[in-house]
Design a protein around this ligand. Structure first.
Ligand code: NAP
Ligand code: MG
Length: 481
């Protein structure tokens, strides 16, 4: 067990003390990973002011020079991926392979947006009135990035990297449950030469620092990933103040297993989507919709995997599933599981496993005989829980897949290309996968959801530019045409 370290907010280049709170290890809740100096409302406001002060010089820095700093930060994250990964696992609970992989993903995202700084930043148009007519993308100014704990380095990376690449300054408000990873990300950028005030870090509770940041007059835009309740409230406050807002929210992602599917492949991918990271992904597989003729065969294979995958200390190399992030998460997930036991049938798991180091573990769980209109089939559970829903036909399966307020990701397992393409056409989700799990994204393509899963333009890839910049249209008349 390593000794706790300290985590502080960064405002205008200064690391600030605050009231102390422990950041604990969800696999061993008696272990303190970091002492966190919590920011208050005044610190939050100072962070916004610091970001405003740094904005003109950063905006005036040539984009390729901004890219050089991001590329250096990517190299540092890559070099530090093992140590950052260990700390990420200790504060958040995902397995070490997932944590190191996520840190390397963050490095790749910084490298990608470094590359975007030499891409075209506008378009020229034929004109009837001007010698030169062009439109160019300009920075918004000050961007507030509010992020969840479940991907504590990749999600901040896919917000902060494009924000900085396109010339904005940033206030980063990470989740209270993963502050140390946020500090490590910010350190890599500082060590890469990012000027003071360009990136500011506010470690504080959302309930304390949220409103002062969201309502601050110097904040031009807010990119948020997290729960629907918090996201919608932020959107209301921000839009009435004229700020640009982007929300990435929850999911209740379906995996549809059709009768002609390769059932072993489907079971493996459904188990991965439902159980890895203990099901704590917005893209996790939460509903498994199976054509009745293969229900028994598929279920046996899925239940077999649920019983086999090792639950345990996430720092051990052979662990596949770590703990939930907190005691509150454990309580919430077990509330759903207990409801499933009472109203349906448990085919695998169905219990907590506190005996593993006293941590917040839940056994991979498969539930069936669940009301498709009830809470278990409609709400995001955010734990290693798969709800099995039988379908009589392909059409029933698609109707079930679309029957929630969410629309983030969806999978279909089939060997029939025609059915696969129909599913792509008929399913309301921002990301659709054929013969792959619902989770797992590549960073060069747009990411986001339909219906209540997202609002505003998409994240990642080149399309991120839509959110982090605004057009300026320029007519130049030299009198010579
Ligand atoms: P959350 O509770 O909504 O928190 C998200 C962030 O908002 C945290 O930094 C939180 O700070 C902050 N916050 C809380 N109250 C606030 C307020 N009044 N004003 C401003 N900020 C406030 O979500 P979470 O539990 O961290 O993450 C899990 C959720 O994120 C799930 O619903 C999941 O589906 C969603 N998610 C979505 C995506 C996607 O891309 N669609 C990706 C990952 C996760 P504190 O931690 O300090 O409270
Ligand atoms: Mg923690």
């Amino acid at each position: 067990m390593s000794a706790p370290v300290e985590a502080r907010s960064l405002v205008g280049g200064a690391w600030l003390d605050g009231q102390l709170a422990p950041d604990i290890n969800p696999a061993h809740p008696d272990e303190v990973v970091a002492h966190v100096h919590l920011a208050d409302a005044a610190t939050a406001r100072q962070a916004a002011d610091a970001a405003r002060e740094a904005a003109p010089a950063w905006r005036a820095t040539p984009a390729p020079a901004r890219g050089d700093i991001l590329r250096k930060a990517a190299d540092l994250l890559e070099q530090r991926s093992q140590s950052i990964g260990v700390e990420l696992t200790r504060e958040e609970g995902k397995t070490i392979a997932e944590a190191v992989g996520e840190t390397r993903r963050a490095a790749a995202i910084f490298r990608y947006y470094a590359g975007q700084t030499v891409e075209p930043d506008g378009e020229t148009y034929p004109s009837v009135s001007a010698s030169l007519l062009y439109a160019r993308r300009e920075p918004l100014g000050v961007v507030l990035a509010i992020t969840p704990w479940n991907f504590p380095i990749a999600i901040p990376a896919w917000k902060i990297a494009p924000a900085l690449a396109y010339g904005n300054t940033v206030i980063f408000k990470p989740a209270e449950l993963a502050p140390l990873t946020a500090v490590r990300l910010v350190e890599a950028l500082l060590d890469a030469g990012l000027p003071k005030g360009v990136l500011n870090l506010v470690l504080g509770k959302g309930s304390v620092v949220g409103d002062p940041l969201v309502e601050h007059s110097e904040v031009d835009a807010i990119t948020f990933t997290g729960s629907n309740v918090v996201g919608k409230a932020i959107q209301l406050k921000a839009t009435e103040r004229g700020k640009k807002v982007q929300l990435e929210l929850g999911g209740k992602n379906p995996a549809v297993v059709l009768a002609d599917a390769d059932l072993a492949l489907a079971a493996e991918h459904v188990a991965r989507g439902a159980f890895l990271s203990a099901g704590q992904k917005c893209t996790a597989t939460s509903r498994v919709i199976v054509e009745r003729s293969v229900l028994q065969d598929f279920t046996e294979q899925l239940v077999g995997l649920a019983g086999k995958w090792k639950l345990g200390d996430p720092l051990l190399a052979d662990t596949r599933i770590g703990p939930l992030v907190s005691e509150a998460a454990l309580k919430s997930v077990m509330g759903y599981v207990d409801e499933g036991k009472a109203g349906g049938r448990v085919l695998a798991g169905g219990s907590a496993a506190r005996e593993i180091g006293g941590g917040y573990f839940v056994r991979p769980t498969v539930l069936t005989d669940i009301d498709p209109k009830g809470r278990l089939a409609q709400e995001e559970i955010f734990g290693p829980v798969a709800v099995l829903l039988p379908a009589n036909t392909y059409a029933d399966a698609v109707a079930l897949a679309n029957d929630t307020p969410f629309g983030l990701t969806a999978s279909v397992f089939t060997q029939d290309l025609g059915k696969a393409l129909r599913f792509v056409e008929e399913t309301q989700a921002g990301v659709i996968k054929v013969n792959q799990e619902t989770a797992g994204l590549e960073f060069q393509v747009p990411f986001g959801g339909m219906k209540e899963s997202s609002s505003g333009s998409r994240e990642q890839g080149k399309v991120a530019r839509e959110f982090f910049t605004q057009w300026k249209t320029v007519y130049i008349d030299t009198g010579r045409r």
